[in-house]
Ligand binder design. Structure first.
Ligand SMILES: [Mg+2]
Length: 184
C-alpha cells in the first residue's frame, strides 16, 4: 500500500510587473528604464511576512515585437530582485509570456494560452509551485490582468498606479485567510 503525503499548498499573490512593481515607461527592458512604483518594495515585504508566495506574471510581447530578447527580460527581472533585497523583500518566481499573435519575430508568433487575458501563466505557476488558488489573488494595472485572474478563478484587483502598499492594505483583508499583520 502506498501513502501519498500532500505538501501544504501556498497562498499566493500574483503581481503583474510593469505598472505594478516598476513604472511602465513603455516596454521597459533595460535597467536604466527601471524605477519602483511607490510602495512596491514595502508591499512585497508585507506579502512575504504574511505567508504569501509572491509570483510575477507578465506579458512581455516586446520580445515578439523584436524590441528585446528573453534574456533581457531575465536580466531586468534579476535587477528587480537585487533592488528588492535591501528592503528585505523577495519575489518567489517570475513568469513571463513572450508570445504575440502578430509577432514580428516568427517563432514568437503564437496566439498563446499563457498570454493574458488567458489564465495559462497563472495555471502553470499553480501546477509547478504547488499554489493554493483558493487562497490567492492578483493585482494588475490593466483589464486583461483582471480577466486572466477571473479565468483562473481568483480575485483580481485593478491598481491604478498610486502607491502599491496603500492599495494592498485596502484589499488584503478582503482576500486573505493567511495571517496578516499590519504595520503602520
Ligand atoms: Mg502592466
Amino acid at each position: 500500500m502506498t501513502e501519498t503525503i500532500l505538501a501544504p499548498k501556498h497562498p499566493t499573490v500574483f503581481l503583474d510587473r510593469d505598472g505594478v512593481i516598476n513604472v511602465d515607461v513603455g516596454y521597459p527592458h533595460r535597467i536604466e528604464m527601471f524605477s519602483f512604483i511607490p510602495g512596491a518594495p514595502e508591499a512585497i515585504k508585507l506579502l512575504n511576512a504574511s505567508g504569501y508566495q509572491v509570483i510575477v506574471v507578465s506579458n512581455q510581447s516586446g520580445v515578439a515585437r523584436g524590441l528585446f530578447s528573453e534574456e533581457a527580460v531575465r536580466i531586468f527581472n534579476q535587477h528587480i530582485t537585487q533592488r528588492l533585497a535591501p528592503f528585505g523583500a523577495r519575489i518567489d518566481a517570475f513568469y513571463f509570456c513572450p508570445y504575440h499573435p502578430d509577432a514580428v519575430v516568427e517563432r514568437y508568433r503564437i496566439d498563446h494560452h499563457e498570454r493574458k487575458p488567458r489564465p495559462g501563466m497563472i495555471e502553470r505557476a499553480a501546477r509547478e509551485r504547488n499554489l493554493d488558488l483558493t487562497r490567492s489573488f492578483l493585482i494588475g494595472d490593466h483589464a486583461t490582468d483582471i480577466q486572466a485572474a477571473t479565468a483562473a478563478g481568483i480575485p483580481g484587483y485593478l491598481f491604478k498606479g498610486d502607491n502599491l502598499f496603500s492599495f494592498l492594505k485596502r484589499i488584503i483583508p478582503m482576500s486573505s485567510s493567511a495571517c496578516v499583520i499590519f504595520h503602520d
